[in-house]
Design a protein around this ligand. Structure first.
Ligand code: NAI
Ligand code: MG
Length: 397
């Protein structure tokens, strides 16, 4: 059989170190693939005025599977100031290449599992009646990845036709029509039935396949009536007609953020729009060790890209020895292996990671609750490479 080709996009900052170590782990676990490197990120913004070059789009369109590290994003004006001189004032406008990728290829299903590792010193603990409790979290968040508040349909000082359209809404007239137009910024929250239905179906299918008893829609339908309301109503219809054995729960995002430290073990599959999905997944990730452990998949009909939830952590990027935790990236690669049906290999890698964490001998700085500084290595923390080495050693036993 022909070898599978994976498009690797290290991106910026620590994306490079964690992706490099992940590929070593994949090799050691016996995943037989070839990798093609694709350009993405800040360097290409500065030099070409485009952080997501067309050649990268083409490689992904051809090979269908991407492994992505992280990118650096900066506000519009700061980004424009860093362009190479010959590109300045030529109309280039920065936008995040990973958000761009999700939209270009319609990678509309974002999956973010948050599962407790036994023995992780960063596990959430809470006070019980007469004891300290360590609830086991096993939550998988399904985040709509292309629409909603991150859909990019927004204006400051909106053009007349938009402003006039807003003025047809009685609440706009009542609350905003006395404000001068040039003091108004608008970010829209557009949900479509098609994309909302797809994320809900993906969530229910997952719950059914992996035996979760509930799917929780985490939105705010009592206030954001049209979009959140549409999502919950659609969830009710889908549940009633196709998944009667799975319970449908409804939580508000604000209350959910409080409940996640009260009773996180009660939740299974959670589904939300783009922004609330982003928020609730970071919340749950905090219970299982934080950004060093949070993995994710962006899945579309044709193509899928796997990435850790964390960003490029620029302050650690230039250390002689990389100190960041590679587990989030390695776990993201395991999600890729599951997606392409290499489950024996993903299982092996996950087992090795669990054993290392449970033994507690090799810990990156975050697992030792240290502040990230170059000297953490002298103080006993494992480097990014040492953590990968430990996982590779386990794979060989
Ligand atoms: P960040 O996730 O890069 O870092 C925040 C902090 O989390 C770090 O300072 C570090 O203390 C910790 N951290 C992150 N990854 C870690 C790891 N693997 N192991 C241990 N600790 C880790 O977020 P920040 O600082 O808000 O953003 C930095 C840059 O990354 C920005 O330019 C931002 O736009 C970009 N970003 C990119 C994302 C992506 O590529 N998908 C996602 C989030 C942020
Ligand atoms: Mg986030």
């Amino acid at each position: 059989m022909e070898k599978r080709t994976i498009v690797t996009m290290p991106g910026d900052g620590i994306g490079n170190a964690v992706l490099e170590e992940t590929i070593r782990v994949l090799d050691a676990a016996g995943f037989d693939a070839q990798y093609v490197n694709a350009d993405i990120g800040w360097e290409f913004w500065k030099e070409e005025g485009n952080p997501l070059p067309e050649r990268t789009i083409e490689l992904l369109a051809k090979h269908k599977i991407g492994l992505f590290g992280a990118i650096t994003s900066k506000p519009k004006d700061d980004a424009a100031a860093e362009l190479n001189d010959d590109l300045k004032d030529k109309g280039f406008v920065y936008s995040s290449p990973i958000v761009g990728l999700r939209q270009y290829f319609n990678l509309d299903i974002c999956v973010r599992p948050c599962k407790t590792y036994e023995g992780n010193p960063l596990n959430f603990i809470r006070r019980g009646k007469n004891s300290i409790e360590e609830p086991v979290v096993d939550v998988v968040i399904f985040r709509q990845n292309t629409e909603g508040l991150y859909g990019g349909v927004e204006w400051s000082n909106p053009p007349d036709n938009v402003y006039n359209a807003l003025k047809t809404h009685p609440k706009f007239v009542k609350n905003f029509s006395k404000t001068p137009k040039d003091e108004i910024s608008v970010s829209t929250r557009i949900f479509t039935k098609k994309a909302t239905g797809r994320i809900l179906k993906a969530a229910f299918e997952y719950a059914k396949k992996y035996d979760y008893k509930s799917v929780t829609v985490c939105e705010k339908p009592n206030v954001i009536r049209e979009t959140s309301g549409m999502m919950f109503k659609l969830a009710q219809e889908i549940q009633a007609s196709e998944y009667p054995d799975i319970e449908l729960w409804n939580t508000n995002i604000d209350a959910q953020m409080m409940w996640l430290t009260k009773n996180p073990e009660n939740y299974g599959v959670i589904v939300a729009g783009n922004m609330f999905g982003d928020i609730v997944s970071d919340g749950f990730a905090g219970l299982i060790g934080g950004l060093g452990f949070a993995c994710s998949a962006n899945i579309g009909d044709q193509l899928a890209v796997f990435e850790p939830t964390h960003g490029s952590a620029p302050k650690y990027a230039d250390y002689d020895v990389s100190i960041v935790n590679p587990i989030a990236m390695i776990e993201s690669a395991c999600m890729m292996l599951d997606h392409i049906n290499e489950k024996t290999i993903s299982k092996k890698i996950r087992k090795a990671i669990s054993e290392i964490i449970k033994e507690g001998k090799v810990k990156t700085y975050d697992m030792m609750k240290m502040t990230g500084k170059a000297n953490v290595i002298e103080n006993g923390a494992a480097s990014t490479t040492e953590m990968a080495d430990a996982i590779i050693y386990k794979l060989g036993l």
